[in-house]
Design a protein around this ligand. Structure first.
Ligand SMILES: NC(=O)c1ccc[n+]([C@@H]2O[C@H](COP(=O)([O-])OP(=O)(O)OC[C@H]3O[C@@H](n4cnc5c(N)ncnc54)[C@H](OP(=O)(O)O)[C@@H]3O)[C@@H](O)[C@H]2O)c1
Length: 250
């Protein structure tokens, strides 16, 4: 089958491309650096000609409120139109667990807009929401400009990017759910705890202060805001095993 992966050069998109190509599919990695731009529409119609599936694993280059909303609205509008014109049989998009509970954030308002446009498109679709990637822990820790980092005690259940890509590839090849599905890693623990383990593995001397009132990207969290619902697919790779495979303490 011909599968077009928008954001096919990104962290998840490139891994999903590799998995689907290994399975014998004709895979097109679509991204601005490949001459295919979902926001301007450049190259989209050609890329989608004859496609059976389209996967949106792109992300906005800017997370500023207006820019990220403009990105997901324009890209999703163009992708829906191109998928409809090409007669694509399954439209798959990657989103984030808890998107609907994080609406104080401009980024998550934009992800909600993307999800709603897809659900209203009339195209056969599946939205796969993933929890935070293991690789995102350094971004949560933030730049090293102090001795301590104050982080929430609310729990998260992160997942390694390889497992996200594997789950995304299986969703692509399954029948459209016409619904949201979720995928997460195997372990739930406080955000402060995961980041502390990540810092120690990097040999980063910063100390984590766990504070139930601390904000997450400016937002207050309930304990379960970032956790998947019952019925989520749970992937196997454990955080400590991933840390050890990264080389452990440096
Ligand atoms: N970070 C997390 O913890 C997390 C958790 C759950 C879900 N997600 C979701 O996962 C998705 C992918 O994230 P990621 O970290 O894998 O992204 P990423 O590594 O930043 O990759 C972004 C991709 O989007 C492409 N792109 C940028 N602008 C584009 C445009 N105008 N048209 C087409 N493609 C464009 C980039 O292409 P170039 O290479 O040409 O720039 C790149 O291939 C996002 O939707 C995000 O919401 C993230």
């Amino acid at each position: 089958m011909k599968i077009v992966i928008i954001g096919g050069t990104g962290r998840i998109g490139s891994k999903a491309c590799a998995i689907l190509a290994m399975a014998g599919h004709q895979v097109v990695a679509a991204a601005p650096s490949m001459g295919i731009d979902a926001v301007t529409g450049e190259g989209l119609a050609d890329a989608l000609t004859g496609a059976d599936m389209v996967v949106d694993a792109a992300n906005s280059p800017s997370f500023a409120d207006d820019a990220v909303m403009a990105f997901f609205r324009s890209a999703t509008g163009n992708l829906i139109a191109a998928a409809r014109a090409a007669g694509v049989g399954h439209y798959v998009a990657l989103s984030v667990v808890g998107t609907d509970r994080l609406q104080d954030s401009g980024y998550f308002r934009a992800k909600s807009a993307q999800e709603e446009m897809i659900a209203a498109s009339g195209l056969p679709y599946t939205i796969l929401r993933a929890t935070q990637f293991f690789e995102f822990m350094g971004a949560i820790a933030g730049p090293a400009d102090g001795d301590t980092i104050t982080l929430p005690t609310a729990r998260m259940q992160p997942i390694v990017s390889d497992d996200v890509a594997a789950a995304l590839a299986s969703v692509v090849l399954a029948a459209p759910a016409n619904a949201i599905r979720e995928v997460a890693g195997p372990e739930a623990a406080p955000i402060a705890d995961f980041v502390d383990r990540w810092l120690k593995a990097q040999g980063d001397p910063r100390r984590v202060i766990a504070d139930p009132q601390a904000l997450y990207y400016g937002m207050p969290l309930e304990d379960a805001t970032l956790l998947p619902a019952a019925g989520a697919r749970i992937m196997a790779t454990r955080f400590d095993a991933w840390l050890a495979a990264q080389g452990g303490a440096k």
